[in-house]
Design a binder for this molecule. Structure first.
Ligand code: NDP
Length: 247
């Protein structure tokens, strides 16, 4: 695989799965725009890690939930880079709680970031990708979007919604040579899952046939495949990366 000269935006690319995706794309020759919202340090650290490997990257702050900020950021990327080939919608948050206790704000925040954020980014890049008559979009969904989870009605709804978004946009953009796919990770060791109790981790492990939590690199490998030339006939699909916990 060689994607030399391509330009990618990875939302939430500064840490966790986003960092692994950014590093993986750079290893394939891609120039990566590492997006973050609140924490510049991990994003700048990711850029430094990339530069240490001889790759090219830069950090870019914007809130995926803010459509104006997203459009301005994507416009800036296209103006300064001259192209935009790959979008990975990875930014995501959780605000867990049982339905009966979930605050409207927690619902809104998760839907705004995890689902509307992807809509904003896809909309903002679609024009340039259509003009280029090529492009790759990968949305990071979740096993929770398929299986559901008590205490995550907001997150599960957003992640399930991303699958509908993926399939619909795949149909709309296919004639312009743009593929749109999703990756649904299982439990991956990042900051997002670091707060799980040992009891809950043991319970989750018992449900994973491959008997380990996933790593960010497991997810990055799936993204790398979906943005490759080899995946040019794959669109509207979701690749499950979950150790077999959901089949
Ligand atoms: P982390 O919590 O480690 O990182 C989340 C990233 O998203 C951060 O870079 C954060 O930026 C960014 N982000 C959050 N909100 C926004 C926003 N409004 N605009 C721009 N960026 C934002 O998460 P993970 O790496 O664990 O998860 C990455 C994705 O994978 C998420 O979509 C998550 O739902 C999904 N996923 C994760 C799983 C897991 O087990 N970890 C399992 C299944 C799916 P900043 O650093 O500035 O805060």
């Amino acid at each position: 695989m060689n994607l030399y000269g391509r330009v990618a935006v990875v939302t939430g690319g500064g840490r966790g799965i986003g960092r692994a995706v950014s590093l993986r794309l750079v290893a394939l020759g891609v120039k990566v725009i590492v997006n973050y919202v609140n924490r510049p340090e991990p994003a700048l650290e990711t850029v430094a890690l990339i530069e240490a490997t001889g790759g090219v990257a830069r950090a870019l702050q914007f809130d995926v939930a803010n459509s104006e900020a997203v459009h301005a950021a994507m416009q800036e990327v296209v103006t300064s880079e001259g192209r935009l080939d790959i979008l990975v919608n990875n930014a995501g948050i959780t605000r867990d709680g049982l339905l009966m206790k979930m605050k409207e704000d927690d619902w809104d925040a998760v839907l705004d970031t995890n689902l509307k954020g992807a809509f904003n980014c896809v909309k903002a890049v679609s024009r340039v990708m259509m003009k280029q008559r090529s492009g790759r979009i990968v949305n990071i969904s979740s096993v929770i979007g398929y299986a559901g989870n008590a205490g995550q009605v907001n997150y599960a709804s957003a992640k399930a919604g991303l699958i509908g978004l993926t399939k619909s946009v795949a149909r709309e953009l296919a004639s312009r040579g743009i593929t749109v796919n999703a990756v649904a990770p299982g439990y991956i060791e990042t900051e997002m899952t670091s707060g799980l109790s040992p009891e809950l981790t043991a319970k989750i492990m018992a449900e994973i046939p491959l008997a380990r939590l996933g790593s960010p690199d497991d997810v990055a490998a799936a993204v790398a495949y979906l943005v490759s030339e080899e995946a040019s006939y794959v669109t509207g699909q979701c690749l499950h990366v979950n150790g077999g916990m959901y089949m």
